[in-house]
Design a protein around this ligand. Structure first.
Ligand code: SAH
Length: 512
């Protein structure tokens, strides 16, 4: 029997891009993932489909596991010979009880490794423009907890005797006690004019920063509505954030959007929004998997060189088609002299990855425009056309090409199924936090959103997002299913949709 191992992994402060390469590798290969509430749902997209997920999330008022139970889970899973990724927010050895988990593993003789992560204070410092040290003014750096074991009658942090000059304090878990902490620091001799930056949800699209002075910060934080998780940075350098802040200047910073996506696939739209500073929740409403009937595949490939047109209606179709193609043929020239059409730019980009250019892309990315464009080439009469599709594709395209007297074969290469969202971290995050907008890029996305609506009930009605559409076909599906269309992109493209979002929700920014 193979022996198990536990990796105590720091997941960083929240922004998925701040994961280390090592952490990423270990998450990708894990057989069991044990994670906390603060860990971003995006990490689950890295997992193998068969990876077991155990949320031991700590959050007041929610069912969560005790530290002893967590340790038992780690011991039990590693005992079964599994590779366990224990993912913890920030760094595992900093206010995260990673030390206790390591000690329990060591005591049980179970192999473990520790992967450092970017701790919340460093994330908060970088993303709020607050250097933690400075040559002449801040020579000491202190990480301190503002919330100790509530069972203890007295705290062990000696606030009054912390260094009062030339130091930076980074206070973790301090939001609830900010009032008391500030008072004790002032009592200990801190200057009431010492700068303070409170960084809420540091590094995330919805990061907020409350800047003030020690003497008044608890009042300022209350007015600001500061909530956990936040890092409180106290010290002269905290004043520099006014000039050095960069993240807050991004046009969509502070906004949260939902995009529908399929399980296990990267989302181009998410990365476009994230680049502009937005927080993105990717709801994996559907999962897409290869689904090719072996006999059909044999028939299609036997005749492949006899087709005049090869038509792709989605990037997934391209991926699964070429995967199957290269299982049958060794050389791209086996495709013959056919011409290639793609429904839109993203599909054409996917085709390009196989060093193949697309001969025809319609102006608008939808089945009707694709049919129009093909018919306009005047080459449909008696032409043999292979349309690569999934199980859901509308038959408009095929009907219209057949009307134009083409001989059309449909080659189904993948299927789309609903994902179980009941316990998924992304749907949990959506239910609890809502969003500014939800972006629909296809009518099938709208349909699967509505189908899964029971798992997407918001905890508060005020969190309801605006519903945004990429183009008229998606809008029609939204209206048909009872969703308002709050915004429709000028052109049916991701870039145009993003531009619409920036105009509607963005900060006025000179950078744009
Ligand atoms: N091991 C973690 C800390 C866990 S303690 C680390 O190294 O970062 C939990 C505290 O971390 C929270 O109360 C908050 O003070 C801080 N924290 C975690 N994520 C944060 C974030 N994204 N923004 C601000 N503070 C965060």
């Amino acid at each position: 029997m193979k022996s198990g191992i536990v990796y105590l992994i720091g997941a960083g402060p929240g922004n998925p891009d701040l994961l280390t390469v090592r952490a990423r590798q270990l998450i990708e290969s894990a057989e069991v993932l044990v994670y906390d509430y603060l860990v971003h749902p995006a990490f689950t997209y890295l997992l193998r489909p068969d990876c077991e997920r155990i949320c031991v999330g700590k959050r007041a008022g929610f069912h969560s596991k005790s530290q002893a139970e967590i340790q038992e889970i780690l011991l039990a899973k590693a005992g079964e010979g599994k590779r366990v990724a224990r993912l913890k927010g920030g760094d595992p050895f900093l206010f995260g009880r990673g030390g206790e988990e390591a000690a329990a593993l060591a005591a049980a003789g179970i192999a473990f490794e520790v992967v450092p992560g970017i701790t919340a204070a460093m994330g908060a410092a970088a993303y709020s423009g607050t250097p933690l040290t400075a040559r002449n003014t801040n020579a000491t750096l202190i990480f301190v907890t503002g919330h100790e074991d509530p069972e203890k009658p007295d705290t062990t942090v000696d606030w009054e005797s912390l260094p009062k000059r030339n130091a930076t304090l980074c206070i973790y878990m301090g939001v609830g006690n900010l009032d008391r902490i500030a008072t004790r620091l002032l009592d200990g001799g801190f200057d009431k004019d010492t700068a303070v930056s409170c960084v809420e949800w540091a590094t995330m699209g919805h990061q907020r920063v409350c800047r003030g002075k020690l003497g008044t910060i608890s009042k300022e934080a209350r007015a600001f509505g500061l909530k956990a998780p936040a890092i409180i940075i106290v010290g002269e350098t905290a004043a520099m954030g006014e000039n050095l802040s960069w993240f807050e200047k991004k046009p969509l910073q502070g906004r949260r959007f939902v995009v529908t996506r399929s399980q296990g696939q990267a989302s181009e739209l998410s990365s476009k929004l994230e680049k502009l500073g937005a927080e993105v929740i990717g709801l994996p409403l559907i999962s897409i998997s290869r689904n090719i009937d072996p006999q059909t595949m044999k028939d299609v490939f036997a005749e492949i060189a006899s087709y005049d047109w090869l038509v792709f209606s989605s990037p997934n179709g391209v991926r699964y088609f070429f995967e199957a193609f290269f299982e049958t043929f060794e050389d791209i020239r086996s495709l013959g002299f056919l011409r290639i059409a793609a429904v839109g730019k993203s599909t054409a980009r996917e085709i390009r990855k196989f060093y193949v250019t697309t001969d025809l892309i319609p102006d608008e990315a939808n089945a009707d425009s694709l049919a129009d464009a093909l018919i306009k080439t005047d080459s449909m009469d008696s032409a043999k056309i292979l349309v690569v599709a999934g199980n859901l594709g509308r038959d408009t395209l095929i009907d219209r090409l057949e009307e134009a007297r083409a001989i059309v074969d449909r080659f189904e290469v993948y299927k789309t199924e609903a994902t179980d969202l009941s316990e998924h971290p992304a749907s949990k995050m959506f239910r609890e936090q809502g969003a500014d907008g939800i972006l629909f890029t296809s009518s099938s996305g709208v349909r699967s959103f509505v189908d899964q609506a029971k798992f997407l009930q918001l905890e508060k009605d005020a969190l309801r997002p605006k519903t945004l559409s990429i183009g008229k076909i998606t809008s029609a599906a939204m209206k048909e299913l009872g969703l308002p269309v709050d915004l429709q992109a000028k052109e049916a493209s991701l870039d145009s949709l993003v531009e619409g979002v920036v105009n509607r929700f963005g900060k006025v920014s000179s950078e744009l």
